[in-house]
Design a protein around this ligand. Structure first.
Ligand SMILES: C[S@@+](CC[C@H](N)C(=O)[O-])C[C@H]1O[C@@H](n2cnc3c(N)ncnc32)[C@H](O)[C@@H]1O
Length: 217
């Protein structure tokens, strides 16, 4: 059976986004009021290793990408998803409305508390936000059908994520927002399925989703 994304979730996602957005603005005001920028008022620093800070996955583009992926690999809605660096939970909320279960790993306590508050507000019971650094010790990705991350690390991104995804199970889908995961491309264990005409020499393409599938050993 193919995945069907119901039209009704668009409205709900919009409401969740408004709440998450207001929360991010508030955290930015509290955490570093002197360095707020009018064009980045939702960005705030977290206490994560590597100083990536918090930024949102755009829910509409994520939804479109999931639809694209559903035409490339079979998806049923029964999949379990993991979000590495789940932040305020925007991608987790989108995934929770489509897939069976979502686990989010986030290192910043206040951020995860806010994510849980938004989760409760919208009654999304199939998400488990866990406070931990997913790199130390390395989280085991083998239970998950879909692995997602949006720029959780500024430094050594490729190396660290490249090592981490080794534990993904055969058939698992790995989606990276904004960063081409060239480390995956180089590994024989992964087949890049999106973008179709991806140029591995390209360093950075904002707002895109790089997607690979873990091959059988
Ligand atoms: C760019 S934000 C993305 C938030 C969310 N996934 C989204 O797309 O809307 C990256 C998040 O990863 C978290 N993070 C970075 N490194 C981490 C680590 N090693 N373990 C857990 N969380 C981490 C940061 O604290 C931040 O909240």
């Amino acid at each position: 059976m193919r995945l069907a994304i119901k039209p009704r979730i668009n409205r709900l996602i919009d409401n969740i986004f408004q709440e998450a957005n207001a929360t991010a603005t508030r955290l930015a005001q509290i955490r570093h009021p002197e360095r707020r920028h009018p064009e980045h008022e939702n960005y705030f620093e977290t206490n994560c290793p590597g100083s990536a800070g918090h930024d949102f996955t755009d829910p509409a583009s994520l939804l479109r990408h999931i639809e694209t992926v559903s035409h490339l690999v079979p998806l049923t809605g029964e999949e379990s998803v993991v979000s590495l660096g789940s932040g305020l939970g925007m991608d987790s909320f989108v995934f929770a409305l489509i897939f069976c279960s979502v686990t989010g790993f986030e290192v910043d306590q206040e951020v995860i508390t806010e994510a849980r508050r938004i989760q409760a507000l919208f009654g999304l019971t199939n998400i488990n936000f866990i406070k931990r650094n997913f790199l130390e010790p390395k989280v085991d990705l083998s239970p998950y059908d879909l692995v997602y991350f949006y720029k959780p690390l500024e430094y050594d991104f490729e190396k660290k994520i490249g090592e981490l995804v080794q534990s993904a199970k055969p058939g698992a889908i790995v989606i990276s927002r904004a960063f081409p995961h060239r480390a995956l491309h180089r590994q024989k264990k992964f087949k890049v399925i999106y973008p179709f005409d991806w140029d591995p020499t390209c360093r950075f393409m904002a707002s895109d989703y790089y997607t690979a599938v873990r091959l059988k050993d």
